[in-house]
Design a protein around this ligand. Structure first.
Ligand code: HEM
Length: 386
C-alpha cells in the first residue's frame, strides 16, 4: 500500500497554502482520494499534452474499444478523438456564436431582469443554477423549461463518477438515452435551425453519426455545458459583490468585462481538477507512476503558479498575458469555451448595465470550492439597486 503524500480533504481548509506547499515541496504527490496529483502549471500542460502516457478513456470502460456510453469526444484519446473533435468544432466557431448571441441576450435580459426585480435574491437558486441550463438547451434547441430534470440527471452522472460506480453510471446514462431518443427522432422527422439538427446532418468517414454517437455527444454537451458555468457565475457574482470598486470599474468600462471574467476565474477556479489514467510506467519528477494509476490535473493549483503568473495570488483584472488553464490544455481544451465566455459576458453586461450597485446581504457562505469536478456553490443572497 502506497503511503499518501498529502490529504486533499484536509487541504481544503486552506487550499492556497496547501497548493503553494505542494508545488514547491512535492509537485507530484500521491493520495488515496486523487491518485497522483500534479500541481505545477508546466506539469499540468505537459501531462495534458502527452495523451499516449495519460489517457482520458474511462478506467472501467469496456475493453472491446466499442463506444458504448463514453462521452464523445471527452473520454477518447487521439487518434480516435481527432475526427470527432474536428467534426464538432464548427458548432462553437465565431460565426455560430454571433448567430446565437441575440437569442442568448434575450434569455439574459429576461432572467437578469427577474433577478433585479426581486430586489434581493438567492442568486444561486434563482440564476446561477437555471440560466446555464437554459442557455445550453436553447443552443441545442431543446425545451429550456426542463432545466431541473437536466440538472438532476447530470447530478446522477456526477455522483456515479465521484463514487466510481460503473453500475450507477450505466443507469444514469440509460436515463439520458431515454430522454434524448424522442427529440432525435422528432428532429429527424422535422429538422430545426439548431445544433441537434446540425449534428444529425453531419457525416463521419462518409456516414451519418449513429444514434449512440449522437446520444453520447449530446449527453456530454448537456452535462458539461452547465455545472462549470453555474460555478463560474457563482464565483463571478460573489467576487463582484464583495469587490465594489472592481464592480464599478466594469460598469464604467464594459469592454473590460471579458478579460476580467478570465482573471476572476483564474483566481477562483470554477473547475478544480480533471483526471487521467496512466497507460504505461512513467517517471515524473523522480516519482514512479505505474500503468493503471490515476492522475489528477490540479488546475486550481496550476492557475496560481507564480512561475507562470506574477503576483499569482492577486486578482488583477487587467492581467496580460493570462494563459490560464480554466478551460484545460491540449487536445481536450474545452470545446464549449466560446459559448461559456459568451454567456458569462452577456449576462454580466446585462446585470451591470441595469444596476447601480449589487452587494452581499446576510452571512457570506463558507466556501468549499475544492470538490471534484466543479466548485459546489453554497447559496448566497444579493441585494440589487437600480
Ligand atoms: C466556464 C465554463 C466551463 C469550464 C470551466 C469548462 C472546462 C473544461 C475543461 C477544463 C475541459 C478539459 C477536460 C480535460 O482535459 O479532460 C473541458 C472540456 C469540454 N468542455 Fe468545457 N467547460 C466549460 C463550459 C463548457 C460548455 C458551456 C460546454 C458546452 C457544450 C462545454 C463542453 C465541453 C466539451 C464537449 C469538452 C470535451 C472536449 C474534448 O474532449 O475534446 N464546456 N471543459
Amino acid at each position: 500500500m502506497r503511503q499518501p503524500d498529502w490529504d486533499p480533504a484536509k487541504a481544503r481548509a486552506n487550499r492556497t497554502e496547501a497548493y503553494d506547499r505542494m508545488r514547491q515541496e512535492c509537485p507530484v504527490a500521491f493520495s488515496s482520494q486523487l491518485g497522483w496529483s500534479v500541481f505545477r502549471y508546466a506539469d499540468v500542460v505537459a501531462v495534458s499534452a502527452d495523451t499516449a502516457a495519460f489517457s482520458n478513456v474511462r478506467v472501467n470502460d469496456d475493453a472491446t474499444g466499442s463506444i458504448k456510453t463514453r462521452s464523445i469526444p471527452l473520454e477518447m484519446d487521439p487518434p480516435e478523438h481527432t475526427p470527432y473533435r474536428k467534426l464538432l468544432m464548427p458548432l462553437f466557431a465565431p460565426d455560430k456564436m454571433r448567430q446565437f448571441e441575440p437569442r442568448l441576450r434575450a434569455l439574459a435580459e429576461r432572467d437578469i431582469g427577474r433577478l433585479i426585480d426581486a430586489g434581493e435574491a438567492n442568486v444561486v437558486s434563482r440564476f446561477a443554477d437555471p440560466f446555464p441550463v437554459r442557455v445550453i438547451c436553447a443552443f441545442i434547441g431543446w425545451h429550456e423549461d426542463e432545466w431541473q430534470l437536466i440538472k438532476s440527471m447530470s447530478a446522477d452522472v456526477r455522483k456515479a463518477m465521484l463514487e466510481r460506480s460503473e453500475a450507477d453510471l450505466c443507469a444514469a446514462h440509460k436515463r439520458w438515452s431515454d430522454y434524448i431518443a424522442p427529440t432525435l427522432s422528432a428532429r429527424r422527422k422535422m429538422p430545426a435551425d439548431d445544433a441537434t439538427s446540425w449534428l444529425l446532418a453531419q457525416h463521419l468517414d462518409g456516414r451519418p453519426l449513429s444514434e449512440l454517437e449522437l446520444t453520447n455527444i449530446l449527453r456530454l454537451m448537456l452535462v458539461a455545458g452547465h455545472g462549470t458555468t453555474t460555478a463560474s457565475f457563482g464565483l463571478l457574482l460573489f467576487y463582484l459583490a464583495t469587490h465594489p470598486d472592481d464592480q464599478q470599474s466594469l460598469r464604467d468600462k464594459p469592454e473590460q468585462i471579458a478579460p476580467a471574467i478570465e482573471e476572476i476565474l483564474r483566481w477562483s477556479g470554477p473547475l478544480s481538477t480533471m483526471q487521467r489514467t496512466v497507460t504505461k510506467d512513467t517517471g515524473l519528477h523522480g516519482r514512479q507512476l505505474k500503468a493503471g494509476d490515476r492522475l489528477t490535473l490540479m488546475y486550481s493549483a496550476a492557475n496560481r503558479d507564480p512561475q507562470q503568473f506574477p503576483d499569482a495570488d492577486k486578482c488583477l483584472l487587467g492581467r496580460r498575458p493570462n494563459r490560464h488553464l480554466i478551460f484545460g490544455s491540449g487536445v481536450h481544451t474545452c470545446l464549449g469555451a466560446s459559448l461559456a465566455r459568451l454567456e458569462l459576458r452577456v449576462a454580466l453586461e446585462e446585470l451591470l448595465k441595469r444596476t447601480r450597485r449589487f452587494s452581499l446581504t446576510g452571512t457570506p457562505p463558507a466556501t468549499n470550492p475544492d470538490i471534484w469536478p466543479t466548485a459546489d456553490l453554497l447559496p448566497f443572497t444579493l441585494h440589487f439597486e437600480r
